[in-house]
Design a protein around this ligand. Sequence first.
Ligand code: ZN
Length: 270
Amino acid sequence: MLRFGKRKKQVPDGLFVKCDGCGTLVYRKNVEALLQVCPECNYHFRIGAWDRVRLHTDEGSFEEIDRSLASCDPLEFVAAKAYKDQLKKYAETTGLTEAIICGTCRIEERPAVFAAMDFRFSGGSMGSVVGEKLTRAIELATEKDLPLVTVAASGGARMQESALSLMQMAKTCAALNRLDKAGGPYISVVTHMTTGGVTASWASMGDVIIAEPGAMIGFTGRRVMEQTIKQELPPEFQTAEFQLEHGFLDMIVERKEIKPTVARLIDYLT
Ligand SMILES: [Zn+2]
């Protein structure tokens, strides 16, 4: 039985790793061999954006676009910490310039536009740069008549950018609407966890929406929801399995099957 509570950010270094799903100490090499999945309970560890590139695209085929775009703190936002300093720290710890990587690639020989988020960068929050990079990727897919594949992992809108962040929801959805009208297929993969303004915009706009097993997908967290509706929610609430049952998702696909599944879907949709 998967546990859907707290997850460690990444598989830590060391010979063994404690699985957050079943609590077992598992041999790290075995977890890695299974693409960061627990051999005991099938728990899918969180992985970064470049891991997603390696997982989803043909080796050496990914060509990144708009790498140099980075947030410029337009509101000069300071809370407990200055936003500017936080951005610097995320860039240092992740080696990324923002919470999303976009580019062109091949997926089992099929040319595509691919975008993947990284939860380690500011909780995968969508600020103006994430929205802009994604919109450019969508526009590239429209222009070049290529299928679009995205992988979401996000806490939602980036509060430090206020309304500029919220605007990205409309901007990305408008671009997806143009892609749709041009006939471009869009496959959205949602991973643990995808919430807030990302769930409420582009991640839910796919012609096909796929989730990883056990992923938490929702808008607002359980506590806020329970307080609002004054009802206790079921334990499996907002899990991928729950969302599939309630028609929010089309499929749940294990990590090892994701690439051939997406390739097949591209064939069906084009
Ligand atoms: Zn496990």
